[in-house]
Write a protein that binds this ligand. Structure first.
Ligand SMILES: *Cc1c(COP(=O)(O)O)cnc(C)c1O
Length: 522
């Protein structure tokens, strides 16, 4: 009897507790739905106002200013505050000091403005929170992601044996390419299953070849794969005439030294220079010598959607695997990437069956658990973003946007090339423009480098422009990544003029220092 009373009172308490928690979640009560509507509508208004009113790509707040604002907060308070108050503070701390990816002067990195259609998709993704690991957590989403994977294979020219998976981005896609290359090599050459047995003794002799300008994630992958960053052998850059010969010679010379070249990575659009190699010829050469060829098309993969520029990717259909990044030239919100493999059987190297998630019996029922071809478990439904955006925009207009960015970069390159105060590093086949301010001959190379670095930092800390910086033959260069199709030539020319003015002021300051030194030395 006593026991019963106890249990019924705890039953009641439990029930009350439920009610007290409900207001914090999206759920079927009218209060929750009303609160959701209210907060999303008012937040959309706040965001719209911010985007509309932001004159500069950055507020110009210094690192110290930002830290001071955050330090004044109790991040994990004992008791919560109203959501409105929290969002108001967030507006001040974050929203107002974000880099505006929509601004024409946000042009340092492969950091893109986003399609409205994809932002709508993001709302669906987060509200419904499907998880792509197993079909019972994402039934329709799984089928859409798979349909998109099949479509991607088709677009990039692969046959029925190909398959793909969505990833968090280029880093993970490159890692997957090299993981499968390593495991396939080991299985076929040494009958050795790395997933079960760990690395074979021969692994210390495995080598991955790539160009000098390959993305750093190639070396990072080699490290994580237990091959060591030293396993990466660098050769001539993409797009240079000698690239294919360099690959051939390197493979032969490594083999002569008793080393085991397992894979070649070529980049379609190197991060700094946008270079693209002769993919088909490189693939032939790699295959002739038994290497896996992976194409890192994180930057340039989108060109497949441009009638004008897709020829630059000729031969991509012959390679073993490809990295595509949707959160770069596909204008998708972060994160959204894909990995394509020519032979879907390669996914077997990473396939694991968990009784709770993707039992083998599911396959027999036609239930598709995407975890079987991913190195992530819980995973976002990022595929919805390109799915919605491309249906809305259409391939033709999307291709025209890409063409426009490349035409803009060509025009800007010509303008720089004709300006004696500026120097163009070289013309790129995509929308990157690498150049520098050229001071008078009285200044040393080191001073010229310092002036270019100063220009970049000054623009950033004033919030006026976020431009890139890189090195060409160890000299400091500036970089525009002109991936925003809304940017006009005039806007870029204005920025170039600003850069030249800043360069002249900095140069005068250096000259003054030189003069003073000359005076004091004499
Ligand atoms: C951006 C980039 C990567 C890394 O991709 P993330 O999406 O940032 O992980 C790899 N390779 C190239 C060529 C890239 O441009």
């Amino acid at each position: 009897m006593t026991k019963d009373t106890n249990s019924s009172s705890s039953y009641k308490e439990l029930h009350q507790a439920n009610n007290a928690f409900r207001e914090y979640f999206l759920n079927d009560s009218s209060e929750s739905v009303a609160a959701y509507r209210q907060v999303m509508t008012s937040l959309a208004e706040t965001i719209a106002e911010q985007v509309k009113g932001q004159q500069q790509p950055y507020s110009g707040k210094s690192p110290a200013d930002l830290v001071a604002g955050i330090a004044a907060l109790d991040i994990f308070p004992e008791h919560g505050d109203t959501l409105q108050n929290v969002l108001d503070r967030t507006k001040e701390l974050v929203i107002e000091s974000n880099i505006s990816v929509y601004h024409p002067y946000c042009l340092a990195h492969l950091h893109c403005p986003t399609f409205i259609a994809s932002l709508a998709a993001e709302m669906i993704i987060s509200a419904f929170n499907q998880s792509m690991d197993s079909w019972d957590q994402a039934p329709a989403a799984t089928m859409i992601e798979q349909a998109l994977c099949d479509k991607l294979c088709e677009v990039y020219g692969f046959g029925a044996d190909a398959d793909a998976t969505f990833t968090g981005g280029g880093t993970m896609s490159n890692f997957m390419g090299l993981l499968l290359a390593r495991d396939h090599y080991s299985q076929t050459h040494f009958n050795w299953n790395i997933q079960l047995q760990g690395l074979p003794a021969e692994a210390s002799r495995f080598r991955i070849i790539c160009a000098e300008h390959a993305h750093f994630t190639i070396a990072q992958s080699a490290s994580i794969l237990g091959l060591g960053a030293h396993a990466v052998v660098k050769i001539a850059n993409e797009g240079l005439d000698e690239e294919v010969a360099a690959l051939e010679n390197t493979i032969l010379s490594l083999k002569e030294q008793g080393l085991l070249p397992i894979a070649y990575v070529t980049t379609v659009g190197t991060t700094d220079f946008g270079s693209i190699g002769a993919i088909g010829q490189l693939a032939d050469c790699a295959h002739k010598h038994g290497l896996w060829i992976h194409v890192d098309a994180a930057y340039g993969g989108a060109l497949m959607f441009s009638d004008k520029h897709k020829y630059k990717l000729h031969g991509i259909e012959t390679v073993d695997s490809v990295t595509i990044d949707f959160h770069k030239l596909f204008y998708q919100p972060i994160s959204c990437g894909a990995f394509i493999v020519k032979d879907k059987a390669m996914f077997n190297y990473i396939k694991l069956h968990a009784a709770y998630l993707n039992p083998e019996s599911n396959e027999e029922l036609g239930i598709l658990d995407l975890v079987s071809k991913s190195i992530q478990t819980t995973r976002r439904f990022d595929a919805l973003k390109p799915f919605i955006a491309l249906q809305h925009i259409g391939v033709k207009k999307f291709g025209e946007m890409l063409d426009h960015t490349i035409a803009l970069a060509d025009e800007v390159s010509n303008i720089i090339d004709e300006d004696p105060q500026l120097q163009l590093a070289y013309k790129t086949p995509i929308n990157a423009v690498v150049f520098r301010y050229v001071p008078g001959e009285a200044l040393s190379d080191a001073e010229a480098d310092a002036i270019n670095s100063d220009i970049k930092i000054k623009l950033l800390l004033s919030g006026k422009a976020i431009i890139g910086q890189t090195a060409v033959y160890e000299r400091a260069y500036l970089k525009f990544t002109l991936l925003n199709p809304m940017t006009s030539v005039d806007q870029v020319v204005d920025l170039l003029n600003e850069i030249k003015e800043m360069g002249a002021v900095l140069e005068a300051a250096y000259m003054a220092v030189c003069d003073n030194e000359t005076v004091s030395n004499s």
